[in-house]
Write a protein that binds this ligand. Structure first.
Ligand code: SR1
Length: 338
């Protein structure tokens, strides 16, 4: 498993922001170094979502003059726990824990908080009220896209569900799926598939193909993570089932938009935030905490339902175009600095 750690130097652009905040940074003032340092400890870094999220986080860090250390456990949970320890030993001003399993990250999060290092937990159950949480309103996200599934199928469909337990956002979306099934007895989950690793899309594609072949009556796949949705889409295309089976996904990227808007694509709906925006919000929350500024206990970024038909009608081809068409995807006032 890979471990990458990158130290990003202070960007010149940050000088003004640093002048305003340096004196209130406990760790920075102790060491006599004015630079605010944040460690980003990730469980996984591959895939469109995580790459875009990092781009937004990095760009926000650069803008604020933050020195961002990036630890990527590459899907190795034990490594992620060790990386939290390393971040604590590094003496950073704040730690962002990005995804991971509760049992592997909670001891490290508690240790960081005990050491008076603020922790921002993105999409992970920190298990400690002292941590600041950032989420994407997963319940709303699942409700939005499942609303489209129920509307398109009139609540009557054999459905393949893609899910891996233990990831907080997927678990939260799963609660909604269970409730939607309860409210729509005509929705029949005929198979559950799923894997999360560095090859999620291709492995889910193989699983989806097998599940589709075993269940010829399927008309919908609920795949609430874009790597899942890409895998499901590919499986349907390879089996030539685009006219009968539709994909209801989550997340968005320029590559996803290309898949959704391709001729005859079965991926008809997704519910999403702008991942780069969420990365930026997370860094701002960590910066506020690191500098002793007022910070909320948690931030929830609202998602938007994005239909294939809307993308086609609005001629959206990139995430940049998407944020122009759906300006609510930008949330500059959430965890505002200064
Ligand atoms: C493996 S968890 C994947 C999810 O994390 C983020 O919340 C994204 O929305 C993605 O769907």
């Amino acid at each position: 498993m890979s471990l990458s750690r990158t130290l990003i130097p202070l960007a010149a652009i940050a000088a003004t922001a640093l002048t305003l905040t340096a004196c209130s940074t406990p760790a920075a003032s102790e060491s006599g170094d004015d630079t605010v340092s944040i460690a980003l400890v990730r469980q996984l870094g591959s895939g469109d979502y995580f790459e875009q999220w990092l781009a937004g986080a990095q760009s926000q860090a650069d803008e604020l003059g933050v020195e961002l250390s990036i630890y990527n456990a590459g899907d190795d949970d034990a490594q992620q726990a060790l990386n939290i320890e390393s971040a604590i030993n590094e003496g950073v001003d704040a730690i962002v824990v990005d995804h991971g399993f509760a049992e592997t990250v909670q001891p490290g999060i508690a240790a960081a908080l005990d050491a008076e290092i603020p922790v921002v937990a993105f999409d992970v159950d920190a298990g400690d009220d002292r941590a600041i949480s950032v989420t994407q309103s997963d319940e709303v996200l699942a409700e939005q896209v499942l609303g489209a599934l129920v509307e398109d199928t009139a609540g009557e469909a054999d459905v393949i569900y893609v899910y891996v337990a233990g990831f907080a956002p997927l678990d939260n979306r799963n609660v909604v799926w269970e409730s939607v099934k309860g409210e729509n007895p005509g929705l029949n989950q005929v198979a559950q598939i799923g894997v999360v690793n560095d090859s999620t899309a291709s492995e889910v594609s193989n699983q989806a193909k097998a599940a589709l072949q075993a269940n010829p009556g399927v008309t919908a796949i609920f795949a609430p993570y874009d790597e899942f949705a890409k895998g499901a889409t590919l499986a349907i295309q390879e089996l030539g089932l685009e006219d009968t089976v539709k994909v209801y996904g989550a997340d968005i990227s320029t590559a996803d938009i290309e898949v959704i808007t391709a001729d005859g694509s079965p991926w008809v709906a997704t519910a999403a935030t702008d991942p780069a925006n969420v990365g930026a919000v997370t860094i701002r929350a960590a910066y506020l905490a690191a500098t002793g500024a007022p910070v909320e206990a948690g931030y929830s970024i609202p998602p938007t339902l994005i239909l294939q038909a809307d993308l086609l009608a609005k001629k959206v081809t990139t995430v940049q175009g998407l944020t122009e068409a759906f300006p609510e995807l930008k949330t500059p006032d959430v965890a505002q600095v200064g």
